[in-house]
Design a protein around this ligand. Structure first.
Ligand code: UDP
Length: 480
């Protein structure tokens, strides 16, 4: 008796950890027995690949059966990337170069039944249409940001000058207005190449056969409703949207920094430790690092700080080489800080397994750059947030978490100041960790945690949404 071959889906992330992680978690979910699919996870490689964190994440445990990591032939970075390119331009030119091999990779894999792509991999639409492979987009940031992205072609058509010079916040049908201050750098200068890339990829989103979003119905009901009811604000109808989240990092093995942190956390009271980490790319300026250090010390609260070498020019300077910081960042701390905080705080170098720290019962707060994965990981583990947005759409996320959902507090800069001062840092840390207001915020995030868990459990809204998508794939693949 011959068994029917499993359905084969390919998944294509871009280079950043914040994009690889949720797509890999999606891959893992698809190969578990109730979905029973074979997944090829296509990995973009460069001749400069130096992501220790990526390799640890992907390769340090055996992959589940039916999940293969397939390397796309490496690209030569120095041929295509110039030093003056901003981060999104860099990502996009690298992805474009890598996609030159996509057609042959897909043919070699025997033409998968569908391809799920990252938001900056839309070059795949044309390639897959030649091969008759349907393409689904996985939109890794928030759904609120998806509505903005889908609205970009309309804004681009209707606004004459720069979006940041508009007289009022940007108002998208059915959605909360977007403050101009919160706009991401990529859309603040329409003459810059970053904007052109952003525009290109976002304007192609409606070509997808469906858009998967890393969220759940009860978490972002407003933008989800807007997408379903207001597709008239787009030039093309919005494809069906599948909220399948929260898809977050699960069971990664521990490195030595993790063991050190967890052992230390084991000896601390419940909810007493503030965790400080700024995503895969985030760095502080020299002046801000100084204020952060003394602000933490002043707050007298316990902390674990994932510390990186400061960078005065770039807030996302470790994006392409996470986890291999060759400098000892402790040497950038102000003199006397480590001695003064001994026993109260733990400083670790560059990278720890964030979910392992967030999951620990002693962790009671997270000072985060509000990347979408970090946001979901914090909420899924019931940890309230101090919002410290740095780049990309993080300011929008911070506003949503602080003002709409009420699970975060945000420090403010004084008038004319370029850094958040130590007194302000100490104030928000104390507010979150030891005040009544902090307790209320903690209560809210714990409720959301329960709703997140329900969504992905069997029978939950995100579980159901992913099952519908799989069923659609199954029906399409069985058509003659
Ligand atoms: N992360 C981690 N350890 C660190 C810093 C980051 O494990 O020290 C993980 C984090 O858990 C998250 C991802 O890296 O899954 C960062 O994604 P996010 O969307 O938050 O931010 P990005 O790096 O894309 O800006």
């Amino acid at each position: 008796q011959t068994t029917k071959p499993k359905m084969h889906i390919a998944i294509l992330p871009n280079l950043g950890m914040g994009h690889i992680i949720p797509l890999f978690e999606l891959a893992k979910r698809l190969v578990v027995c109730d979905h029973d699919i074979h997944v090829s996870f296509l990995l973009i490689n460069t001749d400069e690949d130096n992501s220790a964190a990526r390799d640890q994440y992907l390769y340090s445990t055996a992959l589940p059966p039916s999940l293969d990591v397939v390397d796309i032939p490496p690209i030569n970075v120095s041929n295509i990337v110039r030093d003056d390119m901003l981060i999104l331009t860099r990502i996009c030119v690298m992805v474009e170069e890598s996609l030159k091999s996509l057609k042959s990779v897909l043919i070699e894999l025997g033409k998968p039944e569908a391809l799920v792509i990252d938001l900056f991999c839309t070059g795949a639409f044309e390639i897959c249409s030649e091969l008759s492979i349907p393409v689904y987009s996985f939109y890794s940031p928030s759904t609120a940001f998806l509505t903005f992205s889908l609205y970009i072609p309309t804004l681009d058509r209707e606004v004459e000058g720069e979006f940041v010079d508009l007289p009022e916040p940007i108002s998208i049908p059915g959605c909360s207005p977007i403050r101009l201050d919160d706009l991401l750098d990529e859309v603040r200068d329409r003459k810059n190449d970053q904007y052109k890339w952003f525009y290109l990829h976002m304007s192609r989103l409606p070509l997808a056969a469906g858009i998967l979003v890393n969220t759940w119905e009860d978490f972002e009901p407003v933008p989800l409703k807007a997408l379903r009811e207001h597709s008239f604000f787009l030039q093309l109808p919005t494809p069906p949207v599948y909220p399948v989240g929260p898809l977050i990092k699960q069971d990664e093995p521990m490195g030595s920094s993790d063991e050190e942190c967890l052992a230390w956390l084991d000896n601390q009271p419940a909810d007493s430790v503030l965790f400080i980490a700024l995503g895969s790319g985030g760095t502080l300026t020299t002046g801000q690092l100084l204020e952060m250090a003394w602000g933490l010390e002043m707050s007298q609260q316990k902390f674990i700080w994932v510390l990186r070498k400061p960078d005065d020019a770039n807030a996302s300077s470790t994006f392409f080489n996470v986890g291999i910081d060759v400098n000892d960042p402790k040497s950038y701390l102000p003199e006397g800080f480590l001695e003064k905080t001994r026993g109260v705080g733990l400083v670790v170098n560059s990278w720890v397994t964030q979910v392992a720290i967030l999951r620990h019962p002693s962790t009671g707060g997270f000072l985060s750059h509000c990347g979408w994965n970090s946001t979901l990981e914090s909420i899924t583990h019931g940890v309230p947030i101090i919002a410290w947005p740095l780049y990309a759409e993080q300011k929008m996320n911070a506003t949503m978490l602080t003002e709409e959902i009420g699970v975060a507090v945000k420090p403010v800069k004084g008038p004319g100041e370029t850094v958040v001062k130590r007194e302000e840092i100490s104030r928000v840390v104390k507010l979150l960790m030891e005040s009544e207001e902090g307790e209320i915020i903690r209560g809210r995030v714990k409720k959301l945690r329960d709703s997140a868990r329900r969504a992905v459990d069997i029978g939950g809204s995100s579980y159901y949404s992913l099952s519908c998508l799989v069923e659609k794939w199954m029906n399409e693949s069985s058509k003659p």
